[in-house]
Design a protein around this ligand. Structure first.
Ligand code: TRP
Length: 452
């Protein structure tokens, strides 16, 4: 047996089912849920957007999630290797995912750094009830050439450290601690928010549909958000699936994780909007909601230092467990395909991502005059990965799994070779994965690019 084969034989894996669930939920639940989801709901018509989002999760999200887990577990390889194992000529499809993960982590880690800074800043207390002041604080911080780089380095170092320790002793161990903590904190914050005076105004804004804001653009945003939020289309879930035990029930975990993710996204809105409206602020969109409006809200709230720190710590936990799932596929790829050690892969790949991320960070300040296609580097990484690579990668992955690998083989994997009873299995593979999911992705993708 060659050295490479021997190494693959001792493939790492999760020790328990709950370990997989927490790690996968950790990947899914991230900045996307707590920061991006609530403002998308606000910007695109409240409950109308929410309904659209839920439909896409049910039709495309769960379908794709299960497909990725199945492919990873079957192949016992991550991104490139899994595609290669099924059909040699498709390894490039795995590479799209690796590139997407690389690009996403480069800017995700910069935002992770902002979150760490805001944890500390919240403990000191923002003491700025005027959003123009909190905006100055935010813009001043992110455009500073040095301090965001320091926090980005810290965030990236933590991400590297967890992956460096391996699947069981790194990813699983830390997810098992961080995810329960995250659930407790978000529930406390939601209750707190609902008890504020006039909380109902925020709930109305969040949940009463405004059909006029609904458009094809909103549908694209919902689709992109489903992919981003469930970590689909780039191999994070595929890689975690490859660490799942052959005995586990794939349909079951593929339902639980997207449900957890959607629930947390929904609760994040319950945390944010009542608090914003209770103190008479306007919910700004984008990064501003988290980093500009909320600090002003916490300045008004009794015990705002405590709740502010808890909120940003929550955001930090969510971001870190997602960041490790962006780095891990790249590490697994270097281990499997190039025979690197885990330690070397974590340090070198993590280091390169840190450097690219520095440019993303600087594009918010000193390098803001340098634009590609009208966008600064940070926004360009975000746009290309979310609007191009994830949907294209996701659609091709669904087609690959159902047409190239074949529905018989997928079904065989998700039923643990016929042992598990999965009533909807045939429908899932032959209808959802083969036609509905890829077609929906394609239509919404083209509409969003204004091709129709
Ligand atoms: N899902 C995470 C979030 O909501 C981000 C993330 C982690 C991700 N891994 C991914 C997004 C893979 C796309 C693809 O913040």
């Amino acid at each position: 047996m060659s050295q490479k084969q021997e190494m693959l034989k001792e493939r790492e894996g999760f020790a328990s089912r709950i370990g997989f669930i927490f790690a996968a939920a950790g990947s899914a639940i991230g900045l996307g849920n707590i920061w991006r989801f609530p403002w998308l709901v606000g910007a695109y018509g409240g409950a109308a957007f929410l309904a659209m989002y839920l439909i896409i999760v049910a039709l495309v999200g769960i379908t794709m999630f299960m497909g990725e887990v199945a492919l990873g577990r079957y192949a016992q390889r991550s991104n490139v290797g899994a595609f290669k194992k099924v059909n040699k000529s498709f390894s490039w499809l795995g590479s799209i995912g690796l590139i997407a993960g690389f690009m996403i982590l480069s800017f995700y880690s910069v935002v992770g750094g902002w979150v760490i800074y805001y944890c500390f800043r919240a403990v000191i207390g923002f003491n700025m009830t005027d959003p123009t002041l909190t905006e100055q604080l935010f813009v001043g911080f992110i455009s500073n050439p040095l301090s965001p780089l320091f926090f980005h380095a810290l965030f990236m170092a933590l991400t590297i450290w967890i992956c460096y320790n391996g699947v069981k002793d790194g990813i699983e161990k830390y997810s098992n601690i961080m995810m329960p903590a995250l659930f407790v904190i978000i529930l406390i914050l939601a209750v707190r928010s609902l008890m504020l005076p006039n909380a109902i105004e925020g709930i109305k804004f969040y949940l009463v549909p405004d059909i006029s804001k609904f458009s094809a653009e909103a549908a694209l945003a919902a689709l992109g958000q489903v992919f981003f939020s469930l970590s689909l289309g780039m191999g994070s879930i595929l890689t975690y699936g490859s660490y799942l035990s052959k005995k586990e029930n794939i349909p079951n975990v593929s339902l639980i994780v997207p449900l957890m993710d959607t629930t947390i996204a929904f609760i994040a809105g319950i945390v944010i909007f009542p608090a914003v409206f209770s103190y008479g602020f306007e919910p700004s969109s984008g990064a501003g909601l988290t980093f500009v409006t909320l600090p002003a809200v916490f300045s008004e709230m009794p015990l705002g230092q405590l709740f502010g720190a808890a909120f940003f710590f929550l955001l930090f936990l969510a971001a870190l467990t997602s960041a490790i799932s962006l780095l891990e596929p790249l590490i697994a790829y270097m281990i499997e395909e190039h025979g690197w050690s885990r330690e070397k892969a974590a340090l070198i790949i993590g280091g390169i991502i840190f450097i690219v991320g520095c440019f993303a960070s600087l594009s918010m300040g000193p390098l803001s005059g340098f634009k590609i296609g009208g966008l600064v580097f940070f926004d360009q990484l975000d746009w290309v990965s979310n609007n191009l690579l994830l949907p294209i990668g996701g659609m091709l992955t669904a087609l690959f799994i159902s047409w190239i690998w074949g529905t018989k083989n997928v079904l065989n994997e998700v039923t643990n070779e016929g042992i598990l009873d999965f009533g909807l299995g045939k429908f899932w593979a032959n209808v959802m994965l083969k036609f509905i999911a890829p077609a929906l992705v394609f239509i919404v993708f083209l509409t969003g690019l204004n091709i129709f």
